[in-house]
Design a protein around this ligand. Structure first.
Ligand code: SAM
Length: 348
C-alpha cells in the first residue's frame, strides 16, 4: 500500500481497531544474519534520522531460518547505527534525540523493515490513566461495538462496566470523536516528517464530530470501578454525556425498547470462581429475557456460558482477549427500530 504523510496522520487519528500504523521501508529475502545486516545497512537511514536519534528495534520471527528475535534485533540496530556513524562521520551517537521505533517482521524468510509511526499501541487513547480489574483493550471493545447494532439515540448499557471502556468507546463512535484525538504519535516528533499532516487530521477530526443526546450508561457492583469510569469519562471529554452508577446486575431496571448491551463480565478466571460466574450468567439471562427488543453482545472465555445464560446465541465468534481464547456471543433484537419511517442510525 502506498500513502502520503496525510494518510499516516489520518490512519493514526481515525482507526478505532488497529494496533499500530507502520511504514514499510524495505523488503528482502533473509537466510543469514549477513543478509539482514547488509540490507539494513544499505537503507538510507541518514535521510530520516539524525546522529543523535534514539533507535529502538523490535520485531518477530516466524517460520524462518533466522528465528532468534533478540539476536536479530541486535543485528538490525548495529547496521542502522553503523550506517549513521559512517554517513555522519561521527562515533558520537548519543541517542538523546528524536525517537524511532523500527519494527521487523521475518516471516517465511521474507524480511520486512518498518517504521512504527504510532509509538505506543493505538489502544492507548489517552483517557484511561488508571486501570481497574481485568479491563478490555479499547481496540477490542471498539471492534465489538462496531459488530453490534447499537442505536445512537436509544439506550446503551454495559452492566459490568469496570473502568468504563465500552461506554466511552460507544459514545466516541456515536459522537464521531476520533480515537486519536487525545493522544500523541511518534511521527510528530520526526523532523523529516511534514508539520501540517497532524494538524490537518486533527482539524478534520474536530469538524466531523456530531452532537447526540446520549442515553448511554455503565453500571458495576464495585463503587471504586464507578469512580474510575467517571474519571476516564472526564479525561475523554464526556462528562455529562454518559452516566455511571453502582448497581448489581440482578437489579437491572431499564424498561424502554430497542436498547443494546455490550459487555465483558467476569470470566471465572481471575475475578470470580466458576460457580459464582455461572450464577451471574444465569441472572443476566433472566434480565435479558425480560427486555423488549434489545441486543446483547458479550465476550467471555467461560465454556458453559450459553447453558448458564439459558439461550443459544444467534451467532458466536472466536477471538483472543490478550492470550485468552474467548467467544463473542451475539443475541440480536427481533425487530429493527424505525424513527419517522427511517431506520434508526447505528453501525448496521
Ligand atoms: C471483566 S471486568 C469488566 C472490565 C471493563 N470492561 C473494563 O474495561 O474496565 C467485570 C466487572 O464486573 C463487575 N461485577 C462482578 N459482579 C457483578 C455483579 N453482580 N453486578 C454488576 N457488576 C459485577 C466487576 O466489579 C468488574 O468490574
Amino acid at each position: 500500500m502506498e500513502g502520503s504523510e496525510l494518510d499516516v496522520a489520518r490512519l493514526n487519528m481515525f482507526l478505532r481497531t488497529a494496533d499500530r500504523v507502520y511504514i514499510v521501508l524495505k523488503e528482502f529475502p533473509s537466510y543469514t544474519f549477513d543478509d539482514i545486516y547488509d540490507n539494513v545497512y544499505e537503507f538510507p537511514w541518514e535521510d530520516y534520522m539524525q546522529p543523535d536519534s534514539e533507535v529502538l528495534v523490535d520485531g518477530k520471527c516466524v517460520k524462518s531460518t533466522i528465528f532468534a528475535i533478540s539476536a536479530t534485533q541486535k543485528v538490525v540496530k548495529k547496521a542502522i547505527m553503523n550506517r549513521l556513524s559512517d554517513k555522519y562521520k561521527t562515533k558520537n551517537l548519543s541517542e538523546s534525540g528524536e525517537r524511532f521505533r523500527v519494527y521487523f517482521s521475518n516471516v517465511n524468510d521474507k524480511f520486512s523493515l518498518m517504521l512504527n509511526t504510532s509509538g505506543p499501541g493505538l489502544h492507548k487513547r489517552g483517557y484511561r490513566d488508571y486501570v481497574a480489574k481485568a479491563p478490555i483493550k479499547e481496540t477490542l471493545a471498539s471492534a465489538m461495538l462496531m459488530l453490534s447494532d447499537f442505536y445512537y439515540d436509544k439506550t446503551f448499557v454495559d452492566p459490568f462496566c469496570g473502568s468504563g471502556t465500552f461506554v466511552i468507546e460507544a459514545a466516541n463512535i456515536a459522537l464521531n470523536i476520533a480515537p486519536g484525538k487525545y493522544r500523541s504519535f511518534d511521527y510528530t516528533g520526526w523532523s523529516f516528517f511534514g508539520k501540517t499532516a497532524y494538524k490537518s487530521a486533527l482539524t478534520e477530526a474536530m469538524d466531523k464530530e456530531r452532537d447526540y443526546k446520549l442515553d448511554f450508561y455503565g453500571s458495576d457492583i464495585d463503587g471504586k470501578a464507578i469512580n474510575l469510569a467517571e474519571r476516564h469519562a472526564e479525561n475523554a471529554g464526556l462528562t455529562g454525556k454518559i452516566k455511571f452508577f453502582k448497581k448489581d446486575i440482578k437489579d437491572f431496571d431499564f424498561t424502554e425498547p430497542f436498547g443494546t448491551i455490550v459487555t465483558n463480565p467476569p470470566y471465572g478466571e481471575r475475578l470470580m470462581d466458576k460457580e459464582n460466574v455461572t450464577g451471574l450468567y444465569k441472572t443476566l439471562g433472566k434480565v435479558y429475557s425480560k427486555l423488549d427488543n434489545w441486543s446483547l453482545f458479550l465476550i467471555t472465555s467461560a465454556d458453559g456460558f450459553e447453558r448458564a445464560f439459558g439461550r443459544r446465541a444467534d451467532k458466536n465468534r472466536k477471538v483472543f482477549n490478550s492470550d485468552l481464547e474467548c467467544r463473542i456471543y451475539e443475541y440480536f433484537r427481533k425487530e429493527k427500530y424505525f424513527r419517522n419511517g427511517k431506520k434508526g442510525e447505528n453501525n448496521d
